[in-house]
Design a protein around this ligand. Structure first.
Ligand code: NAP
Length: 266
């Protein structure tokens, strides 16, 4: 039996165990995916080797700090500055980032990226993955953040424009992507921006998937925009982890259905 794990703190709300367990069962892989609420990250990473855990998903707040405990990092991890995936190959631990891959796949299902402009709200870990993903596909990211220093640092590192979030009404773009946690459960009546500027965008994307339709997306739909929730990103980042760990193609639509049903309370 193969063991996979989730390292985070907290992990109680995560839908990764549900999604991964369903995927392995469908794929006929004898595996367990175990969530660990990690107290000491260095000891936990040592435990990957000690317990022969095949792969680990890394979530808040460890995506950046985990990097220093790994034996090797892929290029995307180095550029983004965060790892959400660990592969254990014979005791050698490699850090990967599948958040940007998940977002790229989800976006490309409904939006053309090349040559299009994208406003990225936020400058945290997910914003960094998003900017990386857009640039890799030939899009033009523009960073907007509440804290100027953090937003400027991200924009400088990736060579893109930066504006304060209050200036959003002055900027034209094809698509708006929210990477802030504003609107996430339980604050479902909050939106990171005022709804009167939403008609400036054709597409509005929220990386949040709980709720499936945030206030931002509800407002955007009313303003006539095409909207996309974070569900696809979430499912595809998990699917890419399974590919890295097993070398097999996971049942993406089935995984999406399982998560969708849980979020819909079915
Ligand atoms: P993070 O590193 O803490 O960054 C959060 C960013 O949001 C910061 O730039 C922060 O601005 C900004 N922010 C926070 N509260 C704000 C507010 N009230 N008004 C304006 N800006 C605000 O967080 P993260 O790890 O990037 O995660 C962000 C979101 O992405 C979470 O909701 C997470 O669940 C989601 N996510 C989804 C997926 C998926 O698969 N769908 C994957 C990863 C993450 P300051 O710099 O000013 O503090």
């Amino acid at each position: 039996m193969k063991i996979f794990a989730l390292f985070g703190n907290p992990t109680g709300q995560s839908l990764s165990p549900l999604m991964h367990t369903a995927a392995y069962s469908k794929m006929g892989i004898d595996a367990r995916y175990v969530p660990f609420c990690v107290e000491n990250l260095e000891d936990a990473v040592r435990g990957i080797r000690g317990l022969n855990i095949c792969g680990v998903s890394v979530t808040i707040p460890f995506k950046t700090t985990v990097m220093k405990y790994l034996d090797a990092l892929d290029d995307s991890v180095l550029k983004i500055g965060a790892a959400n995936t660990i592969l254990n190959r014979d005791g050698r631990l490699t850090g990967h980032n599948t958040d940007w891959m998940g977002l790229t796949i989800a976006l490309k299902e409904s939006i053309e990226i090349e040559g299009k402009t994208f406003i990225i709200l936020g400058a945290g870990g997910t914003a960094r993955s998003t900017v990386y993903a857009i640039l890799k596909e030939g899009g033009i990211p523009i960073v907007l953040n509440r804290t100027i220093e953090k937003g400027e640092k991200l924009a400088y590192e990736f060579g893109c424009e930066f504006y304060h979030i209050d200036d959003i009404g002055k900027i034209k773009a094809d698509c708006l992507i929210n990477t802030t946690p504003v609107g996430m459960i339980p604050d479902t009546e909050k939106s990171p921006i005022k709804n009167n500027i939403l008609s400036n965008f054709r597409f509005v994307v929220d990386v949040i998937y709980n709720p499936l339709k945030t206030k931002l997306l509800r407002d955007a739909e009313k303003a006539g925009c095409t909207v996309l929730s974070g569900l696809g990103m979430f499912v595809y980042q998990g699917a890419e982890q399974i590919k890295i760990w097993t070398g097999m193609e996971p049942p993406r639509e089935f995984m999406k259905q399982v998560v969708f049903e849980r979020l819909n309370g079915n």
